[in-house]
Design a protein around this ligand. Structure first.
Ligand code: 48F
Length: 255
């Protein structure tokens, strides 16, 4: 029996992996913006995989605010939550609370059920860069990275890469540093996140969601880090709207 269990797992995993070596969209980071983008792009018929460094996808949702596991969203994002079947409760003044565990698990489940494949415990450590265009991601098991083992990574190619890595905007930073390119920000570089200003941060997260270089898009806090927006803490409406905008922009650009 034992060998059949092993064969079932490895057979199915490698079938899934092989089937996702060429993608329409590689999404880096399974936070709220990446998961919303993944669901909407998969629903639109695009081949999408999400690469998530941690064992559990969901990014910064699980802990709510300071480990109080509730988050807040605004009126204009309820349709996105409804699309995932996630429950929300009125909190007054146009705000609503959402159980953080329901939101994280609901976004993960919704993205997966729409057809996006999520590869957890896999980190993106570099980009593929051909003819002045970002065209894929370089991946490695997170534990291999953490143990600093001298192991070469593998590569997945894609028509578009979405940096949904949150505060550090890791993929945009790699493009800026290693490819030495001028990205679409006011000064052509990663401008860095500014301190807390919820109202502004919520607006600019969506405004800053864009294509920053051929083949490379940013969403969520990564978008704010790239373009110098303010942070906003445990209010998540901007993240959901950013994922929706990223999906629309990428969908429009793809052939
Ligand atoms: O930070 P994160 O939740 O992304 P987000 O969509 O949402 C931000 C909010 O959670 C919160 C906030 C709300 O107002 O400010 O911070 O911008 O999730 C980013 C995910 O990307 C993963 C990381 O583990 C996290 O789950 N990640 C980061 N770098 C890499 C990565 C990488 N190089 N490869 C793979 N995954």
């Amino acid at each position: 029996m034992e060998e059949k269990i092993t064969a079932a797992i490895t057979g199915r995993f490698f079938e899934k992996f092989t089937d996702n070596l060429t993608l329409d969209v590689a999404i880096v980071g399974a936070g709220p913006s990446g998961l919303v983008a993944a669901k909407l792009l998969a629903e639109a018929g695009r081949k999408v995989a999400v690469f998530e460094r941690k064992l559990a996808p969901g990014g910064g949702i699980w802990g709510g605010g300071m480990l109080f596991n509730e988050v807040v969203v605004q009126d204009d994002t309820l349709d996105i939550l409804d699309g995932f079947g996630i429950t929300h409760r009125q909190a007054g003044d146009g705000f609503h609370t959402v159980d953080a565990v329901e939101m994280a698990s609901g976004l993960i489940f919704g993205a997966r059920k729409a057809g996006a494949v999520i590869f957890n415990t896999i980190s993106v450590e570099d980009i593929v860069f051909h003819d002045d265009k970002v065209c894929g991601v370089v991946i490695l098991w997170t534990p291999v990275q953490r143990l600093d083992m001298h192991v070469d990574p593998l590569v997945v190619v894609s028509s578009a890469v979405l940096d949904g890595t949150g505060h550090p905007s890791e993929i945009a930073a790699i493009a800026s540093r290693k490819a030495g390119v001028r990205i679409d920000t006011p000064d052509g570089t990663i401008m860095g996140e500014r301190p807390m200003w919820m109202e502004s941060g919520e607006v600019t997260t969506v405004e800053n969601t864009k294509k920053i270089y051929p083949g490379l898009y940013v969403s969520g806090m990564a978008a704010n880090n790239v373009s110098g927006g303010f942070r906003m803490g445990p209010i998540f409406g901007g993240m959901l709207l950013s994922g929706k905008k990223a999906a629309a922009l990428i969908g429009k650009d793809l052939p």
